[in-house]
Write a protein that binds this ligand. Structure first.
Ligand code: FAD
Ligand code: SF4
Length: 553
């Protein structure tokens, strides 16, 4: 072999220009590595999803005529890290040239950027995945500065001519947030779509993880959610679920030890088609809604495409295109369940806007970003983040389903668990590690700006101009979690009062100096100061007790 090309676990894009030509002198290396399974404690479904997708990609590359070396943990265990393995493979193959795609994580860029072997020429190429060219990031995202997501998003819409009518936004407005964000009513809950699940055999991977002592969190199959979901179908693989979707292939028909996440392009495209058909029609409307009362409560109208996109099985451009095609088809003949502009714009904004935006923030601000702790938060993450064992119903559901599925949707991540960590001063490093470990889609470039920036305000306002702090009232408005909770959503203080209520006012009071001048928080501060002194004292006393009792909530 004259050339060794490395493919990292999140570089599984078959449309990369590398694969447009065949060369028997080029060897592609895909390797399971201990260093990647251990930099945080990952959810077992996350490790299995990446390892299974890597194996599948190696198989399909080989089938299409490329030369591939796929190594499992059994083969790589003796190598301390990636550079050690690369040196070995370069030596045994005799390759004089080493190429890799730009890694999306700073950690790996550093490791590969400093990799050198005498006599071997090293070259980094673009991953050809993102819409915004990497070189433009420093121009659009000045280090340490807040850039308004909405302005960035509009720039991207114009630049790539997406949902545009000439120079104007299609539908007459850029943003349809106003018509989105509804709560799910009982009638809506009955009609929630069933999620499309897969049945990928991961038994060998699971054994391998055990053999190599890889510690993981979470469940291989849903458990907690079944136990805490009242009056719903008991299993996510119940027979009627499949009867409802007779036209879909690849769905899981057996509940045992199978991975429900897509692990290849074919499955990812099936999930994309399922989303456009069954979920996109109401995606925006219920984007921020949460419920405990349905077997599909964990997935709702969300696409669950983040693993496929982040591992590059799908290109963000093709996902956007598929959603717009569904919208256009629905304009012509009312097919696809009436996808209107508010739904498709809401979806496109997440991928063309937020996803590209957080990548810009990450690269413009690393490595310092990973150390930011603007609010000086230092508390420990309570034990129930690993068990779901808490009396706060909202937290029990958000954490329980994360442990069950390696997945929670955005508002659960931001306004339940993230909000809780913000209000209780949890150390951002511990929060980052939890988010980076638990979600199937978690890769640092996208996890960190969302967690440290958006959820914790630890970046002091680079992502958002104000913290996403909220009391129980928000959770009650957007969900049915508060019904039947141990705590009283209406009470602001006292032993059984909703912890989010007093902790919210404690947060506002504690950060009055830093946040008081923020005009977006003016009304909040005036409500706080209008409360009678005795009420404020009672609220703060309750909140301080909750901080002391953090492990027992
Ligand atoms: P959908 O709701 O169907 O949205 C469609 C797509 O839009 C997603 O697949 C994703 O590619 C993109 N998207 C939506 N919101 C964001 C966002 N804020 N940032 C970047 N992309 C977005 N996303 C990750 O991919 N990996 C993470 O590790 C991650 N960590 C997060 C941590 C916190 C604290 C928060 C608040 C958000 C995090 N997100 C992360 C963003 C978002 O919550 C997930 O992308 C989304 O929930 C994935 O589910 P989905 O595919 O069903 O998304
Ligand atoms: Fe969560 Fe408070 Fe509602 Fe309980 S009452 S579910 S703790 S917001």
């Amino acid at each position: 072999f004259h050339t060794l090309r490395l493919l990292l676990g999140d570089q599984l894009g078959s449309n990369h220009s590398w694969f447009s030509q065949h060369d028997d002198g080029v060897l592609y290396l895909i390797a399971e590595l201990k260093q990647e399974s251990r930099y945080v404690t990952h959810h077992v479904q996350k490790v299995c999803a990446f390892f299974a997708a890597m194996a599948d990609f190696a198989k399909s590359l080989t089938a299409s005529g490329h030369r591939v070396l796929h190594l499992t943990l059994d083969d790589t265990a003796e190598f301390a890290n990636l550079p050690a393995l690369l040196c070995h493979v370069l030596q045994i193959t005799g390759a004089r040239r080493f190429e890799y795609q730009r890694p999306d994580e700073y950690r790996l860029l550093l490791q590969l950027g400093t990799f050198a072997v005498p006599g071997v020429q090293v070259e980094m190429v673009d991953s050809e995945h993102f819409l915004l060219p990497f070189d433009e990031i420093s121009m659009l995202f000045p280090k340490g500065k807040h850039i308004l997501m909405e302005s960035f998003y509009r720039r991207m819409r114009k630049r790539f001519d997406i949902l545009m009518d000439g120079a104007r936004p299609m539908g007459g407005q850029w943003n349809f947030d106003g018509s989105n964000r509804n709560k799910l009513k009982a009638a809506d809950i009955k009609n929630l779509p069933e999620p499309l699940l897969f049945a990928n055999d991961i038994s060998e991977i699971v054994l391998r993880l055990q053999r190599h002592g890889i510690v993981t969190i979470g469940n291989l199959e849903p458990q907690a959610t079944q136990a805490i979901t009242k009056g719903c179908k008991a299993s996510y693989v119940s027979g009627d679920l499949f009867d409802a979707m007779p036209d879909l292939e690849h769905v899981s028909k057996t509940p045992m030890n199978n991975l429900l996440w897509p692990i290849n392009r074919e499955q990812s495209l099936a999930l994309l088609a399922h989303f456009c058909r069954h979920c996109l029609p109401l995606f925006g409307r219920f984007q921020d809604a949460m419920t405990a009362n349905h077997a599909s409560a964990w997935s709702l109208y969300h696409s669950r495409l983040s693993f496929s996109i982040n591992s590059k099985l799908l290109h963000p451009g093709e996902v956007i295109k598929a959603a717009i095609s569904a919208y256009e088809a629905s304009c012509i003949d009312g097919a696809n369940g009436d996808v209107d502009m508010a739904q498709v714009e809401g979806f496109v904004r997440q991928i063309l806007g937020w996803r590209e935006y957080v990548r810009g923030v990450y690269w413009a601000n690393m490595p310092d970003y990973g150390m930011l702790n603007a609010l000086g938060a230092e508390n420990r993450l309570p034990h129930y983040f690993w068990s779901g064992d808490t009396r706060m119903n909202c937290m029990r559901h958000a954490i329980g389903q994360s442990l069950d599925y390696a997945y929670a949707h955005h508002i659960q991540r931001l306004m339940i668990t993230g909000n809780f960590c913000l209000l209780t001063d949890i150390d951002p490093k511990q929060v980052d590690d939890w988010y980076l470990g638990i979600y199937v889609d978690a890769i640092e470039w996208v996890e960190m700006p969302n967690t440290r920036g958006m959820a914790l305000f630890a970046d002091g306002g680079i992502v958002g101009t104000k913290p996403y702090a909220a009391s129980g009232a928000y959770i009650n408005k957007m969900s049915d979690y508060c019904e039947g909770c141990h705590y009283d959503i209406k009470a602001k203080s006292g032993a059984l009062s909703c912890p989010f209520n007093s902790l919210y006012w404690r947060f506002i009071n504690k950060h009055a100096e830093r946040l008081g001048a923020n005009h977006r928080l003016g009304m909040i501060f005036s409500s706080w100061y209008k409360m009678p002194e005795s009420q404020r004292t009672a609220i703060l006393a309750t909140a301080e007790q909750y901080i002391v009792d953090l492990e027992r909530l």
